[in-house]
Ligand binder design. Sequence first.
Ligand code: F6P
Length: 343
Amino acid sequence: MRLATLTSGGDCPGLNAVIRGIVRTASSQYGSTVVGYLDGWVGLIEDRRIDLYDDAFIDSILLRGGTILGTGRLHPDKFKAGLDTIKRNLDDAGIDALIAIGGEGTLKGAKWLSDNGIPVVGVPKTIDNDVAATDYTFGFDTAVSVATDAIDRLHTTAESHNRILIVEVMGRHVGWIALHAGMAGGAHYTVIPEEPFDVADICKAMERRFQMGEKYGIVVVAEGAVPKEGTMDAGLGEEDEFGHKTFNGMGQIIADEIKSRLGYDVRTTVLGHIQRGGTPTAYDRVLATRYGVNAARAVHEGKFDTCVALHGENIELVPLESAVAHLKQVPEGRYRTARTMFG
Ligand code: F6P
C-alpha cells in the first residue's frame, strides 16, 4: 500500500511524533510506503510532496516541535475548488489512502474529501484541546506545561513588586489551556471564553488579596475571553480571511481596566506562540505516537471515514463526522471547581 499524510492548520508539539508513528507502522508492520505532502492542503493541491522513509531521520523527529512537513491554512472555498486536482494528484502519485493530521478545520476538510470518495483517516491535533471526539488532543499538555511554567515564574516577580500580573494564553473558542494552567499555576483568577466575565469580580478578588496582606495577584486570561454584556467596553475584534475572529488583546484590556479601577500596578504577559513551539512533553509524545500507529493501522484495515481518538486509556476509531460535530467546551462544573481556588 502507498499512503500519504499531511499536517494542516496551526502547528502543535507532537506532530512529528505522529508522522514517525505512521511511517514506522506502515513500513515495518505492513511493508507500505509513505508520502508526505508539504504545507497542508496547499501542498496536496500543488502536488508538492516528499517520500518518508523509516530511517534515522524519521527516528530523530520524535523530540522535535513543529512539523517536518510544514503546515498552512487554506480557505475552504479554494480547498473545495481543488477537489479534481486533489483526486488527480493522489491518483498520479499512486496513493491509496490519506491520513490528515489537524484540528477542527482540517478534520472538516478531511470529512469532505471522504464524502467525495477519497479514503481518509483523521488524527486530531490542537493545543486548544477542543476536538469533541477525543478526551485529549496532543500538544495540549505541552501548552499547559509552558503556560504553567510561565505562571510559576510570574508569581515571584509579582510578589516582589506588589503587582497584578495578567497572563494571556491561547484559546480562541475554549478555555482549556487557561483552566488547566491557571489551576496548576495557582492563579488567583482565570477567565475563559465559555464564561463571560465581570471585571468587577476580578477587581474584588484582587482587592481582597491586597487587604489580606497578599499584595500581588496573577490573573490568567484566555485570548477569546469575553466580558459580560454591559460590564465593560472591550472593543470588537475583526475577522481574518478564514473567518477567524482576530483578538485585540483581552489581557491588556483587562489590565487597563483593573488599573483604572483599583490604581494598582498591573502588567501583562502574552504567551502567544511560545505555547505552540518547542519539544513536546512526554505525555504528548506518547499520545501522538499512539495516534500515528493507530491511524496507520486503521488505513491498512480499510477503516476509512474515521478519526483516531483517546477514550479513557484507549485509542479508538470514531466516525470523522463526530470529530467535527461540535467544539469541546469547558463544562460549567469544571469552571466552578476552578473558581473555588480564586482569590
Ligand atoms: O491552534 C489554535 C490556536 O492555538 C488558537 O488558540 C490561536 O488563536 C490560534 O491557534 C493562533 O494561530 P495562528 O497565529 O497560527 O493564526
